[in-house]
Design a protein. Structure first.
Ligand code: HEM
Lengths: 343, 572
């Protein structure tokens, strides 16, 4: 006999969720501050350079890291993270450090919120839209932090945290749902497997989406600079070259794609158990398939002459837009077998 | 794409006609050219993206296989656009000519891609690693080591011996190795690893074909059917046992094994703790007795949502449930015209259910009833009855009655859940003088004009079963699993080539030079370079850490200048 839900603990979880959101917002502010600060530093250095005339280019390139902007980009482009995105010997970025620390704190509170929600309901906390959003946002933050231990991705911090905050707002404002037990259709181990991998892959896709957008901006800026025009988007100097962004997002996309493939398969197995057919072109299935195909296209594009770089980045962005569409519009407005997800 | 092809060939043919010297592409040439186009990576990418786009309309428009009734309704509601959409097969997207064309072309392209790659891979596996490049320092990752003269002398190390030892070490590390020029003063090792990357890619793409074939087999030889079973009733797996049946195109009825399923009881539990989710279902359990054919032993089983029962080559799923009120209809002559459970169709989470009762045997006039069944009936301020709870705390039937010709006698199939009241005469309804019929359990209502009576005897539950047989299912599972494994291998295994060349300095030092090259994307190549250098250095007890990415000029002196003392410090 399943135990009754613990509504009190559910409320504590909601309080944690709120606290986490606030902490994320503050962290977000510090990430933005870091961007602003670093670009002013560059600005000052540059004007100092202009007056000092013959200062060697090298010193500037070293502002951000080890100055590895090797790819066809003028070496006068400093980057906060160099192209290897390893932590370099650049100047200390106080604001960024505070931002990361705050993100860690927020993620811990957020994690507790997710866990208490699960304990309150005596099940995994991903059974309705509110829970998909909150658990998903937690995974985005967690994966971002894990990646940070290996690569200096602090330059996408404001972007990623912005998305996390949006997801949390969507959950609390758009889909508030008190703790409850699962309806019979969702009582399956496959819920744990299928949804957790789906959410984790989506979280990875979220990060690569941010990187692909930056990659496109960076590409157009690099083209501008090569054409000898002035640089307007100063904050992009803090970002690694388009090519290194592309390479890293390819690696993350490859992991996420394997996850998505598994999501699709686990979903089919679950569908077989619940509805008696493993594939029936239900709305949700259609979009899962479309997303899979778009990212398969992305992987192919990376091996097709003329399709790497900008076009591949667009495919990665389109793939992510499909994910967002699948998660929001399809869940809410399209009828289908999946429409019990608790909206 | 096709147009390009046509234009291209015409253009070439025209040139050929104009200038006899140029060889014409000819029929086979054209075929060959089209084949090359079709199997190019660019076409594969194009077809993949096209497939993604083509799948979308299936989520925007109702689809016949899933919801035939909704499609019919849609076409009726949109008389202008409906037929046009239908002509473009937008209600049958996944079996449409254009969708099929895209995926068939994609799979032909796939085969055209996989076969030559498989051949090439087979050759690569059987051949030795490629020959050693002249200058290893040109490779993206490279480095040098040297064994001091004293150490080399003490260990009796020669260049060819060093190459042999390197080959053994690399082999342990998973490389295929080949020692060449062993007899010369510049022996070398060619090594290669990660052939499984390409194998994984081939397995992945081939498995996709396997999945497609499995799906096709399921469509050809499978079947599925639906059956509603009321508590106490049985289902027998024969064609007439089904309420509806969808055979695959190669189905034959003698494939059905005549097992039977009896619904002993159906237990439902609703949430009673939480105000926010009060009345939400928590558990559906059907207790069934199965019999694997006539005369076989009976077996008690439990059927739940997400937990199908397997019997007679089929899977039986619990996909729905509801109430079947027991109703007795007596006709104008006082005889029982119909009796027993009537399946009602729930329309919301509170089981407000539509019910239709037909009594074609009633005399002198056939009788029909349409209305609602409410498990827990309440009346709101405006006098409208509604259900307040999914459990039957206050079960009630609200019916309108009709008499006349029900239209069942001419043999055309009729939907049992619909009563066409147009040709019937109304007896009871909320809007006429006699009012509607409201019945609690055990109550009887006498129809006006002495047409008969209706009695609500009691209540049973029913389950809706889906019964599926899909012979392609196992194949689909096996192939998609191998696709996943192949994909993982293909994406995460690094395919690398590595060469080690050794030589002896006149002063007796043994020089070891190595270089690595990746095939395809490999961000871990320099890490592998460092690891291999460390492996060799540890083996010969010399310091490592000189690997470089085209930076060998800076690092070599450090290594080359290393004396014994430093080596010792390091080793301590
Ligand atoms: C059913 C359609 C197809 C799907 C879903 C698909 C999917 C994929 C995926 C996910 C990858 C990346 C993983 C890997 O490297 O193994 C890939 C790679 C590849 N595919 Fe396909 N593919 C399809 C059809 C084709 C076709 C028709 C061709 C040939 C023209 C092709 C050629 C390749 C090649 C050469 C690679 C390796 C790319 C690389 O080196 O990174 N694929 N495919």
């Amino acid at each position: 006999m399943p135990q009754p839900v613990n509504a009190e603990l559910g409320q504590i979880s909601e309080l944690f969720m709120l606290l986490a959101s606030i902490a994320y917002v503050v962290a977000l502010i510090f990430f933005v501050l870091d961007l602003v600060k670093s670009s002013t530093t560059i600005g000052t250095l540059e004007s100092g350079l202009a007056s000092g005339k013959a200062a060697p280019e090298r010193s500037l390139a070293g502002v951000g890291g080890r100055g590895g902007t090797a790819e066809s980009v003028p070496s006068s482009m400093p980057a906060t993270a160099d192209d290897s995105m390893d932590y370099g010997a650049g100047p200390r970025r106080g604001a960024a450090r505070i931002a990361v620390a705050l993100t860690v704190v927020a993620a811990i509170i957020h994690g507790s919120a997710v866990v208490t929600r699960g304990i309150a309901a005596h099940r995994v906390p991903w059974g309705n839209m509110y829970e998909f959003c909150t658990t998903g946002a937690f995974l985005v933050a967690a994966i971002f932090l894990i990646t940070l231990t290996r690569k200096d991705l602090r330059f996408v911090g404001s972007f990623v945290l912005g998305l996390v905050v949006v997801m949390l707002c969507a959950a609390t404002v758009g889909f508030p749902t008190p703790v409850a037990r699962l309806i019979p259709a969702l009582q399956s181990y496959w819920l744990i497997v299928h949804v957790s991998i789906a959410v984790a892959s989506s979280a990875l896709f979220t990060i690569t989406f941010a990187m692909s957008v930056l990659q496109l901006l960076q590409t157009s800026r690099e083209a501008k600079l090569l054409a000898g025009r002035t640089d307007t988007a100063r904050f992009l100097r803090l970002v690694p070259s388009a090519l290194s962004l592309e390479n890293l997002s390819y690696r993350l996309n490859a992991i996420a794609f394997v996850g998505w493939t598994f999501t699709l398969m686990a979903g089919a197995i679950w569908a077989e158990q619940a509805w008696g057919r493993y594939w029936g072109w239900d709305t949700k299935e259609v979009w899962t398939f479309v997303i899979w195909t778009v990212y398969a296209g992305y992987l192919h594009a990376r091996a097709t002459r003329g399709w790497t770089g900008t076009r591949a980045a667009w495919l990665s962005i389109v793939g992510y837009l499909c994910i967002v569409f699948n998660f929001t519009i399809v869940n809410i407005y399209f009828s289908g077998l999946h429409s019990y997800s608790g909206v | 794409m096709k147009q390009d092809a046509a234009e291209g060939t015409e253009g070439r043919a025209a040139t050929a006609r104009a200038d006899v010297v140029l060889p014409s592409l000819g029929f086979f040439g054209t075929l060959r050219w089209a084949w090359t186009q079709l199997t190019s990576m660019r076409t594969a990418l194009f077809l993949l993206l096209l497939l993604a786009v083509a799948a979308v309309p299936g989520s925007l428009f109702p689809q016949r296989p899933a919801n035939p009734a909704v499609v019919t309704q849609y076409i009726q509601d949109n008389p202008d656009t409906g037929p046009v959409l239908d002509w473009f097969q937008l209600f049958d997207v996944y079996s449409s000519v254009w969708f099929s064309a895209i995926y068939l072309l994609l799979f032909i392209s796939l085969i055209g891609c996989v076969v030559p790659r498989a051949r090439a891979h087979f050759r690569a596996v059987r051949s030795t690693p490629p020959r050693t490049p002249k200058r290893l320092s040109r490779l993206p990752v490279h480095g040098t080591l040297e064994v001091p003269a004293e150490r080399a002398r003490a260990a009796g190390l020669t260049p060819s011996g060093a190459a042999e030892q390197a080959a053994v070490l690399l082999k342990k590390r998973g490389y295929r190795v080949d020692v060449r020029d062993a007899a010369t003063d510049r022996p070398s090792v060619g090594a290669e690893r990660g052939l499984a990357k390409e194998l994984g890619n081939l397995v992945f793409h081939t498995s996709l074909i396997g999945v497609l074939v499995s799906v096709a087999i399921g469509g050809l030889f499978g079947y599925n059917g639906q059956k509603v079973v009321v508590e106490g009733d049985s289902f027998v797996n024969t064609l007439i046992g089904y309420d509806s049946f969808n055979p695959g195109s190669n189905f034959s009825a003698n494939r059905l094994e005549p097992y039977s399923i009896t619904l002993d009881s159906f237990d439902v539990r609703f949430d009673r703790e939480q105000t926010s989710h009060y009345g939400q279902p928590l558990d559906f359990t059907a207790n069934i007795t199965t019999q694997d054919g006539p005369g076989a032993a009976e077996e008690q089983q439990v059927l739940k949502v997400n937990a199908p029962v397997t019997i007679g080559g089929t899977n039986v799923y619990l996909v729905g449930n509801g109430y079947a009120p027991m109703v007795t209809v007596r006709d104008g002559e006082g005889n029982i015209a119909s009796e027993g459970p009537v399946v009602s169709v729930p329309s919301d989470g509170l089981y407000t259910s539509l019910i239709v009762i037909k009594a074609p045997d009633a005399k002198p006039d056939q009788l029909g009833f349409v209305g609602f069944f409410l498990p827990t009936a309440f009346v709101d301020d405006e006098g409208v009855s509604f259900s307040r709870d999914p459990d039957p705390f206050n079960p009630q039937l609200n019916l309108n009655s009709y008499y006349g010709d029900l239209g069942l006698d001419d043999g055309t199939p009729e939907n049992v859940y619909v009563l066409d009241t147009e040709s019937l005469t109304e007896l009871n309804s909320r809007n006429n003088d006699d009012g509607g019929i409201v019945l609690g359990v055990g109550e009887t209502y006498d129809l006006p004009e002495g047409k008969g009576s209706v009695t609500f005897d009691g209540l049973r539950r029913y389950v809706a079963l889906d019964i599926h047989h899909d012979p392609g299912e196992v194949g689909a599972l096996v192939f998609s699993t191998s696709a996943l494994l192949g994909l993982t291998a293909s994406l995460f295994i690094g395919r690398r080539r590595l060469w080690v060349r050794t030589g002896e300095h006149p002063d007796g030092r043994i020089l070891v030079e190595y270089g690595l090259l990746a095939r395809g994307e490999d961000h871990r190549l320099s890490g592998e370079g460092e690891a291999v250098e460390k492996l060799l250095a540890d083996h010969w007890l010399v310091p490592s850490g000189t690997a470089g990415e085209n930076s060998v000029q800076e690092t070599v002196p450090t290594a080359a200048g290393t004396g014994d003392s430093r080596t010792m410090t390091k080793d301590n």
